[in-house]
Design a protein around this ligand. Structure first.
Ligand SMILES: [Fe+2]
Ligand SMILES: [Fe+2]
Length: 507
């Protein structure tokens, strides 16, 4: 690979003889593709509207108009409807495949569940991906494509119909140094850099359904041998809408050793006071001994302080945290708001949403609502936060900015994505655009961290809840260096065993 690779990425054509198919936009896209020199073209699913035979017949004719040196076709949830996945295999090609040519590896996956909008990779596809990636670990360029989005996409309304095991796929892709991931499904173009992997989503080229008044579009992607990735989002006539430039550094530089420790945070969740389990108080005691032994500057509780938000639960919890009150920052979880919990929360805790500590700003963002595990920020709070965070960030560039919330924004391995934040797409975009340094969450009982653009995300396990998804309880220890580097470790309770989850150099 000595020359830049030029890729056409288009998606969600939704071909049908009925009016949902915007035939003029499809023809424009074909003309644009045919007049753009490129090395390969990737289609990321929803070729047809309903997976019907008449639609596949029409699509087969229409796709022949595309002139491309190499094309990869990936199945979407609409193609899988009505048994369409069988027709796909007969008329379009395999649902799962890989190709290794000229040092370039491409893996195409089926992320669909027939007759469901939401997706799932499943154990076999995850194992297949790992197997192929280890076989071709020397490939100079590693590309993967599938239909469902991996990270929440902005401007597409409620976060839904994602792949339930997106966290497992994300960790495989990041661990194996994938250069670029191509997805569709949400009908809105978007590009994110996650650590050293670029995740590219295409809009729809010809469906009646567009999002937030956006144009029908496709992507033109150029990848240089130095791994500079340019994504040009174009309308169907080839007119540029937006261009994003990302660089994959693959730098092995760890944290700069000349920078000393500046701030240490203990991040925990799921203390579960009032729990019926007899082990809760023992685990909490042991957990807090470990927290104390690390001597943190600040203790951040990411929610589910109590089991059911009862008055007695709050009283025990508040008493248990009394010795740490000057260090504690608390953000409620869904359990804390049950029943009368919301009123009790305001009785016991400061509801200020910005806390200044040691030249660092913490923004508490309540994502929990009573009687549901599903999180929401809401448009009003989003607007306030955009104004507030953005304004503060711009004014105070030397400060370290941390957002504390309960629900996670990035899919977590070994969990099922069923109670994500409703407006995760817009919130994630807002936080990464404003370059918040760190986002802390404590949902689903599993520790994980990663970085999207310049923002690090850390989710913690429960410290003393017995309903945790993990085998052992734990909390996270986060060290910020004077250079702005972030080191996230997980400390297991009760063993005290420590493992590093992530190291992110300063921006
Ligand atoms: Fe679609
Ligand atoms: Fe779709």
């Amino acid at each position: 690979m000595d020359e830049p690779i030029k890729i056409i990425h288009f998606s969600d054509t939704h071909i049908t003889p009925r009016s949902q198919f915007m035939v003029q936009d499809f023809n424009n896209t074909v003309n644009s593709i045919n007049s753009t020199p490129h090395d390969l073209a990737i289609f990321t699913g929803d070729l047809t509207q309903d997976g019907l035979i008449e639609e596949f017949e029409l699509a087969s004719k229409m796709r022949k108009k595309i002139i491309s040196p190499k094309m990869y076709w990936i199945i979407g949830n609409h193609d899988s409807r009505s048994g369409g996945f069988e027709v796909w295999e007969k008329m379009i090609g395999p649902r799962e495949f890989h190709d290794y040519t000229n040092d370039i590896l491409f893996i195409g996956l089926d992320s669909c569940i027939p007759d469901r909008d939401g997706g799932r990779f499943g154990r076999e596809a995850l194992d297949y991906t790992k197997k192929i990636l280890s076989k071709y670990s020397d490939a100079k360029l590693k590309l993967v494509g599938f239909h469902h989005h991996l990270l929440p996409i902005p401007k597409t309304g409620r976060e839904r119909s994602n792949a339930i095991d997106a966290g497992n796929m994300l960790s495989i892709l990041l661990d194996n140094g994938i250069d670029a991931v191509f997805t569709g499904h949400k009908h809105h173009p978007n590009v994110y850099k996650v650590e050293d992997t670029i995740i590219i989503s295409a809009g729809s080229s010809s469906s009646y359904k567009t999002r937030s008044g956006g144009k029908r579009s496709f992507n033109y992607v150029e990848i240089t041998p130095e791994k500079e990735i340019k994504v040009k989002i174009q309308d169907t006539t080839g007119e540029e809408i937006k261009t994003e430039l990302k660089t994959i550094t693959r730098r092995f530089r760890m944290v700069d050793s000349t920078g000393g420790k500046w701030l240490r945070m203990a991040q925990l969740s799921g203390t579960d006071f009032g729990a019926s389990s007899k082990d809760q108080s023992e685990l909490f005691k042991k957990g807090m001994e470990l927290v104390e032994s690390t001597n943190p500057d600040v203790i951040i509780h990411c929610g589910n302080l109590t089991e059911k938000g009862r008055s007695a639960d709050y009283e025990v919890a508040v008493q248990a945290f009394a010795p740490y009150s000057d260090k504690l920052i608390f953000c409620p979880g869904p359990n804390d708001l049950r029943g009368y919990g919301e009123t009790l929360l305001h009785k016991y805790f400061d509801t200020e949403d910005t806390i200044e500590k040691d030249e660092s700003s913490f923004y508490v963002l309540n994502t929990s609502a009573p009687e549901t595990e599903i999180g929401v920020v809401g448009r009003t709070t989003q607007n306030r936060l955009v104004r507030y965070v953005y304004h503060t960030k711009m004014q105070e560039k030397d400060k370290f900015h941390t957002v504390v919330m309960h629900h996670h924004l990035i899919p977590i391995p070994n969990t099922i994505e069923t109670s994500a934040l409703e407006d995760a797409g817009d919130v994630l975009r807002m936080l990464t655009d404003t370059e918040v340094n760190l986002v802390l969450s404590g949902h689903l009982g599993r520790a994980y961290c990663t970085r999207v653009e310049k923002t690090a995300f850390a989710n913690c396990n429960t410290i003393s809840s017995q309903k945790t998804a993990s085998i052992e309880n734990s909390f996270n220890l986060i060290d910020i260096s004077t250079e702005g580097a972030i080191v996230v470790s997980e400390i297991l309770v009760p063993s005290g065993f420590r493992r590093i989850l992530g190291i992110f150099p300063g921006n």
